[in-house]
Write a protein that binds this ligand. Structure first.
Ligand code: FDA
Length: 310
């Protein structure tokens, strides 16, 4: 409960314009702890550095909801450019995309622009043997994202596109069941948005228990699972589960965020598990940064210290 109150407080405060202006003007140095850089070159450099520790990458050009088709197309072009740059650098591209940043919900000539842009992005990634994960955003977008995901898997196959399910939503176990026919590649997360108690579990213990159930159910169904968490107890439980069920290490991976629990990422890779770091980069770092602060008070202390110093 305390976790929820803390998270709600941070996400509410960070949504205030004056707080955003203050942090944007003074916070880039601190954001660099969680963000690989402002351009694709810095992000690709981070990919190479992680490679040396046996850690795979998932690139995320930072950006959230955009209101105009021009901006959405501009953003999609940047993602396409990232795919080209990664391929040219000898990296098989694995990227994450928020559909709201490429026009989800905007109707252009009778077609959802987000879906049209997702098609272009996944098509390009597929041509390079790569993968696109559709990030999950706040709850009003879940239905449309899952419907569009279904359509995209039908077109491109489940080896080139995946999506995310959030264990804090009451609906998620039913959503996972409903996707089983696609044998989808799913990233399981706890959920990072400010959601009302009518849709999301207020108690962290329930979110954690639901998280385990989702991972185990998806594994039992024989699907590829991205276990995306820094929760060491869950990581240990998943290791026990796969051992007990003889699950092949090729059928799942651990995923963590860039700059968080690097020690655990390295240790798991050294034990022979597939580990992938989610590498955000770009100028629009504020919303991403706010969600990371909301995840643990230790990060808020880190930011406040930085602001006082500087
Ligand atoms: P939890 O919050 O219980 O934390 C467990 C422990 O991890 C904490 O005690 C702390 O030590 C450490 N920790 C967690 N967060 C930390 C932080 N920010 N800084 C330092 N330490 C931290 N969400 C979403 O809604 N949609 C999405 O598409 C994604 N995508 C995504 C991809 C990947 C690869 C990851 C790892 C996470 C996401 N998330 C996400 C975010 C997710 O929903 C969740 O908010 C965070 O992962 C934090 O939850 P944990 O599972 O780590 O556990």
């Amino acid at each position: 409960m305390i976790d929820q109150i803390y998270r709600k407080a941070v996400l509410t405060v960070s949504g205030q314009k004056f707080v955003e202006d203050l942090v944007r003007s003074r916070g880039w140095g601190m954001a660099q702890r969680f963000v690989a850089g402002e351009d694709a070159t810095s992000a690709l450099q981070a990919v190479k550095e992680l490679e040396r520790d046996g850690i795979l990458s998932n690139l995320d050009l930072l950006g959230e909801f955009v209101a105009s088709p021009e901006k959405a197309n501009e953003f999609a072009e940047k993602v396409l450019h990232l795919l080209d740059e990664a391929h040219a650098a000898g990296i098989t591209p694995y990227v994450s995309v928020k559909l709201s940043s490429v026009g989800q919900g905007q109707d252009v000539a009778g077609m959802d622009l987000g879906l049209a842009n997702a098609r272009r992005i996944i098509g390009r990634a597929k041509a390079y043997g790569g993968f696109v994960c559709l990030d999950m955003e706040d709850h009003p977008r879940v239905d449309v994202t899952l419907a569009q995901f279904r359509e995209l898997v039908r077109e491109f196959g489940n080896g080139h596109v995946g999506t995310v399910l959030q264990s804090y939503l009451y609906r998620t176990e039913a959503d996972r069941d409903s996707l089983d026919d696609l044998h989808p590649n799913l990233r399981i997360v706890k959920g990072a948005y400010l959601e009302p108690p009518s849709v999301a579990m207020p108690d962290k213990a329930d979110v954690d228990a639901g998280y385990r159930r989702l991972v185990y159910a998806h594994m039992k169904a024989g699907n590829y699972v991205n276990v995306a968490t820094h929760d060491e107890r869950i990581v240990e439980d998943v290791k026990m589960f796969v051992l007990a069920h003889g699950t092949d290490k090729e059928n799942f991976e651990f995923q963590m965020l860039y700059g968080i629990r690097r020690d655990l990422q390295k240790a798991l890779a050294a034990e022979g598990y597939r580990v992938r770091a989610y590498i955000p980069y770009g100028r629009d770092w504020y919303p991403y940064f706010s969600r990371r602060i909301a995840e643990t008070p230790r990060n808020a202390v880190f930011v406040l210290r930085g602001m006082l110093k500087g």
